[in-house]
Design a binder for this molecule. Structure first.
Ligand SMILES: Cc1cc2nc3c(=O)[nH]c(=O)nc-3n(C[C@H](O)[C@H](O)[C@H](O)COP(=O)(O)OP(=O)(O)OC[C@H]3O[C@@H](n4cnc5c(N)ncnc54)[C@H](O)[C@@H]3O)c2cc1C
Length: 545
């Protein structure tokens, strides 16, 4: 039986990052992936719609990775291995039905002017909120980058207490719980400002009326101004290849078409994995599982391996709204309508929505099991940032829909589509995609005539590509507050250490949740490679550096 220091289950951004960090630290590692390729939700496909068109089939935008601790540590090496980021000064905008558009840019001055364009005084409000956020950015980003149930988490709590005092901390935490609706209404006068910011809440797995969505909106809005919307030249596959290269050059193994059927446990300690087909791989120091809690506790571990309360909590773990992707290859760049057409055509991500209430309505319809009448269309334009994605003069559109029912579709809020028995058939997928594309065509006048090919992926298709996207939940678990932050994945086993010694849980289902920030993989790798307590104490003795 092949044996490694660590076996990592799945090859998403978190396990790949952890594997690279462990390999650099001298660990022998083996990454085991059930799919035919590495990367999980990073899936770049050349010639996907037509020859010469390179699409990010799933995730596309890398501000989280570029802003991550993993990137800070591995960035130089990843660049040497071919990863190259390009960025834009026009990361995002919202296009409204009346033809108006509002932009969030990478310059504070430009944003102040933009907010003032729609309501005098909103510019100053933007600047104020940005400065207030930045004054405590270490704490806000710290919450998302710290193992909360650990001495580091305790340290962060103490730092907050020292800084704010007891009442101040209560006030800070209370504000962090506010909804996006309450925060935007209290901060900005113009409806357009609300409509610019509210769609970003969807990218955190929340809706604008959920607790904490106000805080998440601020985190994203400030991060977008600071970091823009970077993408890797040629697609995320270059990041996957670079991380994989670190592993293999250090002697590690990357296995594809290899499904882990069981995590083997002996004497309460994880000892390796058993693959479908009978092969076993041993792990002497750690098994790191980048899977959902449902799979981890319901399938990979035997019933007796974890306490009953943990198994019950895993069984009760909730999945959130489903997502859908539509990929379009165009014969020409888009001609957006309205006075800001030119700027829109250079913007990385354009949200098409009536505004805050539009997002709220579509989220609510999806949560009631309905296809939204007027979905928030996330129209991504990778070619606006990286021209290499399409042949010269051509274009691609990456459409993301994040407001679809979790599970069976009960009906259509617009009363137009027959949803049949509520399963995602090809007919339902294409009919819904037709409606979305027709609405996008109201904002992009040449969308219909310039479309060369369209490929739509329903929630069921997404799950087929990556089993962690249960029922098409692109975030591998509801991000509602009771399953987020201190409570992710659930209170019975929060954080990443599990009740099985040597078994670590990472991935989107764990803190700090979904996205390409590699946060959980980084935190676990750091925990595994930190010097033993005795060495840390010795290092602090006088005369030692
Ligand atoms: C459609 C879509 C668009 C997104 N867009 C963005 C974006 O633009 N920017 C952003 O920051 N985030 C985005 N996200 C979120 C982000 O991509 C994910 O949260 C993140 O990539 C998840 O990483 P992960 O480490 O949890 O593993 P995943 O990427 O979920 O990968 C898990 C891997 O484990 C494998 N696996 C599972 N079980 C087993 C087993 N038993 N044996 C072997 N292998 C197994 C799976 O096949 C899969 O390859 C998007 C997500 C989706 C789905």
């Amino acid at each position: 039986m092949a044996t490694f220091d660590a076996v990592l289950v799945g090859s998403g951004i978190n396990t790949l990052t952890a594997a690279a960090l462990l390999a650099r630290d001298g660990w022998s590692v083996c990454v085991v992936e059930r799919s035919d390729r590495l990367g999980g939700a990073i899936r770049t496909e050349a010639d996907y719609t037509l020859p010469g068109f390179t699409h990010e089939v799933l995730s596309s935008w890398h501000p989280l990775f570029q802003g991550s601790a993993a990137y800070a540590e591995l960035g130089d090496e990843l660049h040497r291995r071919g990863l190259e980021y390009v960025n834009t000064e026009l990361p995002t905008a919202t296009a409204f039905p009346d033809g108006a558009a509002m932009f969030l840019q990478t310059s504070l001055e430009a944003n102040v002017a933009e907010f003032d364009r729609f309501a005098e005084g909103d510019g100053a409000a933007w600047q104020r909120q940005f400065e207030e956020f930045m004054a405590n950015a270490d704490v806000s980003f710290g919450v998302l980058g710290t193992e909360l149930w650990s001495s580091a988490g305790l340290g962060l709590g103490r730092r907050m207490l020292r800084r704010f005092g007891r009442r101040g901390l209560l006030d800070f935490a209370g504000h962090a719980l506010a909804t996006c609706r309450d925060w935007t209404n209290a901060t900005f006068r113009s409806e357009q400002a609300h409509g610019l910011l509210a769609p970003w809440v969807l990218h955190t797995g929340l809706g604008p009326d959920n607790a904490v969505s106000g805080f998440m909106t601020q985190v994203i809005a400030c991060a977008v101004q600071l970091g823009g919307m970077p993408v890797p030249v040629g697609g995320g596959v270059t990041l996957v290849d670079a991380l994989g290269g670190i592993v293999t050059d250090a002697g590690g193994e990357l296995r594809t078409d290899a499904e882990v059927e069981r995590i083997t446990v002996s004497g309460g300690r994880a000892t390796g994995v058993a693959l479908a087909g009978g092969e076993s791989i041993g792990a002497t120091r750690a098994v790191v599982a980048g899977v959902t809690p449902t799979q981890l506790y319901g399938a990979l571990l035997r019933p007796g391996d974890a306490p009953p309360d943990v198994r019950a909590a895993a069984e009760a773990y909730r999945y959130g709204r489903a997502g859908m992707q539509i990929h379009i290859a165009m014969d020409a760049p888009p001609r957006w309508k309205g006075p800001d057409a030119e700027r829109l055509s250079h913007t990385a991500i354009v949200h098409v929505t009536p505004g805050l209430d539009g997002v709220s309505r579509a989220v609510n319809e999806a949560e009631r099991g309905l296809l939204p009448a007027e979905a928030t269309i996330v129209a991504g334009q990778p070619c606006a940032v990286d021209a290499s994605r399409a042949p010269e003069g051509k274009w691609i559109v990456w459409i993301q829909l994040q407001e679809l029912p979790a599970g069976r579709v009960k009906g259509d809020a617009a009363g137009e589509l027959d949803v049949g028995d509520g399963t995602w058939t090809e007919e339902l997928r294409e009919a819904y995609a037709d409606r979305v594309v027709a609405r996008l065509g109201e904002s992009i006048e040449n969308l219909g005539e310039a479309t060369l090919k369209r490929v739509a992926l329903s929630p069921a298709d997404l799950e087929r590509l990556n089993c962690n996207l249960v029922a098409g939940d692109i975030y591998a678990g509801s991000c509602a507050l009771d399953q987020n932050l201190l409570w992710r994945p659930f209170a019975a086993a929060p954080g990443h250490r599990t009740t099985v010694e040597g078994l670590w849980h990472v991935g989107a289902s764990t803190h700090p949740g979904p996205g390409l920030g590699a946060g959980s993989g980084y935190l676990v790798a750091k925990e595994l490679t930190k010097p033993a307590m005795s060495r840390r104490v010795l290092a602090k003795l006088p005369g030692r550096s």
